[in-house]
Structures are given as C-alpha cells and as structure tokens.
Design a binder for this molecule. Structure first.
Ligand code: IMP
Length: 418
C-alpha cells in the first residue's frame, strides 16, 4: 500500500511533524487520526517556524489535510492554521470528517478543574481533549457535522451544558458561524481516502503524542485520552487496516516527557539543562519545560512491538553533540528482577535503569551540514556507533536521521525512503 503511518515511540515531542512533512512531499493527502490541539507539530521552512496543533504538519508540503473521526477539533485553531497555510502560499482544501468531535470552552475549564481534583496532576495541556472524548463516549459529544445544523447544535449544547452543569451560551453563535464557514470542508474521509489509495494515490497518516501516552498501553493514568498507536490510524480515519502501509517509528536520540508520570531515565542538574536548552525542549502547545533523560531501550522495544514499526526515524541527534558520555538504558532492574521491555512491568515507579555508556561525538553546525550532504557514512563515527547499537537492540533499521530543526537537515540511510 502506498501509505505510511508516522507515530511517536516515546512520550510525544519526537519530531513527528518534521518527519511527516518530509514523507508528505509529493503525497496526495496527510491525515490526523487522533488527538486534537494537545499536539504541537512544528515544521521550520525557510526560517519560518510553522506550528500545527490540529492540522497535520505534513500539509505544509501541499498534501491535502484530512482530519479523521478520531480527532477532537478546536474550530478557532483550525481556522487559524488554514490561514497560516495560506500565508506560506498553500491553498489547502481540508477534508474534515463529519464524525470528528468538537471541543467546547467548558471542556477546557473541566480539564483544569479535573487536574485540581487529582491528588497528583497529570499535567495535561488543558486543551479540553480528555473531557471532549469523555462526552463522546457518553454519546452526548458534539460532532463537526452538527455545526451547520442550528437546531441540532442548540440541542446538543443544551444537553452537554445540563450534564456538566456549566454554561455553553457563548458557544452557540461562535460555533454556528464557524460551522457555516467550514461546511464546505466537511465530508466522508473513508470514501475519499479509500478511493485515493485504490487509485494509486499516496497517503501519510500523522500520529500525535507517543506510544507511552496511549490511553490503554501507556503509563496510565499519566497518558493522553486517545489511542496513539499505528492501529489507531485505521479506526481514526475510517480506512481499513489492510490499507495501512509502512509504520515509521519516530524517536528522539534521547528522551523527554512533559507533564507528570514515571520517567526511569530522567536526569536533572546541569547536563539536563544543557540538553534542554540546546534541544529547545519547551512544550510547543504550552511552553512548559520538558523533563529530559537518556534513551530508554526497554520503553522503545515495547513501543516498537505495539506499533509494528517498519523503520525508525531518529531526530535531534545533533543535540547530543559535545557531551563526553552518552548513556543508553538497556534494561531495568526492579525488585531484583531484570526487565528488557516495559511490556512486562506493571509499575514503573520502582524501575532502576541499567546503562551502557557511549563515547560522545563532537560536531558543529557546519560539520552536520557536511554530514547531511555526504550521507550516512559522513555522520561522526561515534554517533554511527550509537545509532547502530539502537538498531541492534530494537531489531529495526533506521531509515532517516534528522539533525537540526530546519527541513533540509536530514540524512536518509536508504534511498527508498527519500
Ligand atoms: P492531554 O492530552 O492534554 O490530556 O495531556 C495528557 C498528557 O499527555 C500530559 O502529560 C501531556 O503533557 C501529554 N501530552 C499531550 N499531548 C502531547 C504532545 O503532543 N506532546 C507531548 N506530550 C503531550
């Protein structure tokens, strides 16, 4: 099948936006299938930083943006991002599933008040995503297709407001007007995408968040409220799973996490600060400083298994430059028992990482740019050793290494992925 599913293998922020953009060049459509504006996907083009929350970042390439039924739509952000695309000369004609959910102001308020109720906060993005999905499961959720039908919209807002005992008054005018403007883009994603794929078109599915934030398989309850795994691309876009192609697992050369929850390889102090500042590890959506740690093979092994990863895209390799020793967690020790995968572990809080230490590599921007021109063999040899170890440990090949933020700084190991 001429399609790729791009998913994150860590706790989000792996660089899926850039990878999706690279793979979307020349594609017919690029699809978000879960999550909403909690995601922050960035593409840096010609020095301009484009931040996408709800549209797929791959749409900056000109591929048609599709928002599947599995998503939660923030209509203001959606319209803002369409204008952003216009400002770079992309006249996007999105296709938005009529079944996609709509987030209301009260969902954002509830997101905040639920956090306050919890003993230990999850550290959500407060975009209202969890409460909006909860309403969907209760079968009272507002859907994109309802926005252009005034009577349905009014009735649904009444019911949602009554259930939560919160006002929805302001939302009616705002949503009804947006619904009128967006109606031309609302439709059936299944017929469109299946037709495209059957006709030989190319489709990229752009996942949001990461495997370890999956609602069921992640570090519950410190997770997001949707399924972040490759399998979700099928249900969330309405395309049969037999039509999904390669699964591209995106992983950062180290690990970050934003919000609460276990993080066995977390580091702090001066080294964490160096990595945080050279990697610009601050939330795209919230601006929060991200927690930083070493690469975690047991977690990645689990994520590769859950997603059935075909090949890996490693991002931000350059951020680890000029560090004398780079560590990789190869297993956990928990109550005297060794774990090689997070799969066997119920509670991560007692997991102690066992590290292998690698010699660091030194390279400045000009050396990285030479490496990019020269290809895989021009990467610093210690960095190649590090990457080779990752491939061996995970049993999956690396197809793409990305250094630096701007598009143009990436090394494809195998031509077929270029
Ligand atoms: P929510 O998705 O806003 O409910 O947040 C739940 C958890 O997922 C929090 O720890 C967030 O920081 C995290 N999260 C949600 N979206 C992203 C993302 O795009 N990148 C990284 N973390 C995320």
């Amino acid at each position: 099948m001429n399609s790729s599913v791009v998913v994150g293998l860590q706790w989000g922020d792996e660089g899926k936006g850039k990878v999706s953009y690279l793979l979307s060049r020349g594609a017919d459509a690029v699809v978000r299938f879960q999550g909403g504006a909690n995601a922050g996907h960035t593409v840096v083009l010609d020095g301009r930083r484009l931040k996408f929350n709800i549209l797929p970042a791959g749409s900056a390439s000109g591929a048609r943006p599709v928002i599947g039924a599995g998503c939660i739509v923030d209509v203001e952000r959606l319209e803002g991002e369409l204008s952003m695309l216009q400002s770079i000369g992309v006249q996007a004609r999105p296709l938005i599933s009529r079944f996609a959910g709509v987030v209301l102001s009260l969902h954002k308020d509830l997101d905040g008040s639920l956090e306050a109720l919890r003993g230990k906060a999850i550290g959500t993005t407060r975009m209202g995503i969890g409460p909006a999905y909860a309403d969907k499961c209760l079968r009272i959720g507002l859907r994109v297709g309802d926005l252009s039908r005034k009577a349905v919209l009014a009735e649904k807002l009444r019911l949602i407001g009554k259930f939560h005992n919160l006002p929805t008054g302001e939302d009616f005018e705002r949503l009804s007007e947006a619904g009128g403007r967006l109606a031309q883009f609302v439709g059936d994603t299944t017929s469109y995408l299946v037709g495209l794929l059957k006709g030989g078109g190319r489709v990229v599915f752009e996942g949001a968040q990461g495997a370890l934030l999956d609602l069921d398989y992640g570090t519950y309850p410190y997770v997001t409220s949707s399924h972040t795994l490759a399998g979700a691309a099928s249900i969330g876009s309405g395309v049969p799973h037999t039509m999904l192609g390669d699964v591209v697992g995106v992983m950062k050369a180290y690990t970050t996490r934003v919000g609460g929850g276990p993080f066995p390889t977390e580091i702090d102090g001066g080294l964490a600060e160096i990595i945080r500042s050279s990697g610009a590890e601050y939330g795209t959506t919230t601006g929060r400083p991200r927690r930083v740690g070493w690469l975690d093979i047991p977690a990645l092994r689990y994520a590769c298994m859950l997603n059935g990863v075909s090949w890996l895209a490693v991002t931000k390799l350059d951020v680890l430059s000029n560090i004398d020793e780079v560590k990789v967690c190869v297993r956990y020790l928990c109550d005297g028992v060794e774990y090689e995968s997070l799969a066997g572990l119920e509670d991560l809080s007692g997991a102690r990482p066992v590290y292998e230490v690698f010699k660091g590599w030194r390279a400045d921007a000009s050396e990285w740019s030479e490496a990019v021109k020269g290809g895989w063999d021009m990467l610093p040899s210690n960095a190649r050793e590090y990457l080779g170890f990752v491939e061996k440990m995970l049993g999956v090949g690396i197809g793409l290494v990305s250094v630096g933020e701007p598009v143009g700084y990436e090394v494809f190991k195998e031509d077929r992925y270029a």
